[in-house]
Design a protein around this ligand. Structure first.
Ligand SMILES: [Zn+2]
Length: 251
């Protein structure tokens, strides 16, 4: 049976002498493992589509649940990401994260769109790798069902915009006032949120996906946002993300 998909190669491994085994992230169908025969030969027709970060229309042959790449039309190769170690590490991390959480369907389609926008922003240097990482982490957490509540303190009802000593509760994902906390209840996992960081958090959840990477923060606020988005996300992703350490060493 033949089957058409649109997807991006998020991992590639050599197989045999001339073949590759690809991990392909699609929208609707989530992650597929695709065998790509002959693509390590320089003359192979699917050579460019069978590389890491390549986004293509793929015609697959399906037998007994196994996919084999037959034909492809390349749309984007994000090749420039390979020319810089930080950009490359970022690309690998974004791909691993997206495929770790995608279960396909409508949500999978949104995740794929977010990933393509992030890789585009990285390749065109529309934002720094740290900004792209933070934005991607926060938005993907929201996409997979963990949109935090940034409206008001759930203890006293004060609007989050008006809170002076603003805190973010990481386990349950809400803003609250530091003054409202009762230490006798035990401390939860939380982070301090400055005005600039708070504005960025709201931006990340509300603007269209092609604009989320377009913001600037001074260093202190970016450090605050980066720590917060990573902690918030890692509390929600069960798999260990192998590419995260590599990225952090190169950021
Ligand atoms: Zn309060």
């Amino acid at each position: 049976m033949r089957h058409k998909v649109k997807g991006i190669v998020v991992r590639e491994a050599a197989k045999g002498e001339n073949d590759k085994l690809l991990t392909v992230l699609t929208g609707e169908e989530g992650v597929l493992t695709v065998s790509a025969p002959g693509v390590r030969k320089i003359s192979a027709t699917n050579l460019r589509s069978a590389q890491l970060f390549a986004y293509s229309d793929m015609l697959l042959y399906v037998k007994n649940g196994f996919y084999t790449l037959q034909e492809s039309i390349l749309h984007e190769d994000f090749y420039a990401l390979r020319e810089d170690v930080t950009e490359f590490a970022l690309g690998c991390y974004l791909c691993e994260l997206a495929s770790a959480v995608s279960v396909g369907g409508e949500e999978g389609t949104e995740i794929l769109r977010l990933l393509l926008n992030a890789l585009y922003a990285a390749e065109k240097k529309l934002a720094s790798p740290r900004v792209i990482k933070a934005a991607f982490e926060f938005r993907i957490a929201a996409l997979i069902g963990y949109e935090p509540d940034l409206t008001e303190c759930p203890i006293c009802g004060k609007e989050a915009d008006a809170i002076k000593n603003r805190m973010f509760e990481l386990t349950d994902g809400y803003i609250f006032c530091g003054a409202c906390e009762n230490p006798e209840e035990g401390f939860t996992k939380r982070a301090k949120v400055s005005d600039a960081c708070f504005a960025a958090m709201k931006h990340l959840l509300t603007v269209p996906v092609n604009k989320i990477f377009l913001f600037r923060l001074e260093e202190t606020a970016l450090a605050e946002l980066s720590a917060l988005t990573e902690d918030y996300l890692l509390l929600r992703v069960e798999k260990k993300l192998k590419t995260l350490d590599f990225l952090k060493k190169n950021l």
